[in-house]
Design a binder for this molecule. Structure first.
Ligand code: PGA
Length: 227
């Protein structure tokens, strides 16, 4: 309708996403911004728990995370794989081993994200499921800080594959071959069911579901485009 057209010319789109998505969401936004240059877009990055608090206060139109709460009143749309991998310095003795046990990995000093992080939550559930005691030696509030700490030899970690798309960082890190890895997750776009989405948000939702089909996650290049 004429109102929809106007909405896409002058509207606002407020997105909020977990920290790990900053490695690929901006790339996915580009064609949308080119199609709809009039839409004023904002994208907030924060951790899982803070994102749920933002949703509770109705601060944004759409939210991106990989562990949505299991609630009836939330609409959840999966759009992309999010494998979590175990990493160590490239020079680590585990780097060239095959089929390492989770138990052996768990004996290394472990660096993990803060409480409230979705990545942390998934790792806690994963260890519980495999009945292995999770000992966290260092807690860091950012994926980038974790990568640097692992490169510096402070320990090993478990992190989203998407954070490893920088060649310089990858050079110094090894993705370990450990039983039950990678941990398979999906990126989900979520919003409260009762929310009346503005035309900018419903258009973006359709766009994202379609556009993300072009991406695949593969070990060497997590954001390789398959066209
Ligand atoms: P996080 O969330 O950035 O809070 O760790 C990641 C996720 O939802 O997978």
């Amino acid at each position: 309708t004429i109102f929809d057209l106007q909405g896409m010319r002058l509207g606002r789109l407020r997105l909020a996403a977990v920290t790990t998505t900053k490695y690929f969401l901006p790339k996915l936004l580009k064609p949308f911004c080119q199609l709809y240059p009039g839409v004023k877009l904002s994208l907030e990055f924060t951790n899982h728990e803070a994102l749920l608090a933002r949703m509770h206060e109705n601060l944004d139109d759409l939210y991106v995370m990989s562990c949505p709460p299991n609630r009836e009143d939330i609409e959840v749309r999966p759009f992309l794989a999010n494998p979590l991998v175990a990493i160590a310095p490239a020079t680590h003795r585990f780097a060239n081993e095959r089929n390492l046990s989770l138990k052996a990995f768990a004996e290394e000093p472990l660096i993990m994200r803060e409480e409230g992080s979705g990545t942390r939550m998934v790792v806690e559930q994963f260890f519980k499921q495999h009945e292995i005691d999770l000992q966290i030696n260092i807690e860091l509030g950012s994926n980038e800080a974790i990568q640097q700490a692992v490169i510096d030899g402070l320990g090993v970690s478990i992190i989203s594959m998407h954070t490893l798309n920088c060649a310089e960082v990858r050079k110094h890190l090894a993705i370990l071959d450990i039983d039950h890895f990678p941990i398979h997750r999906q990126w989900q776009i979520i919003f409260p069911k009762k929310k009346q989405l503005p035309i900018t948000a419903s258009t973006f939702l359709e766009y994202l579901l379609k556009e993300s089909q072009k991406f695949s996650t593969n070990k060497e290049n997590p954001m390789q485009v398959v066209e």
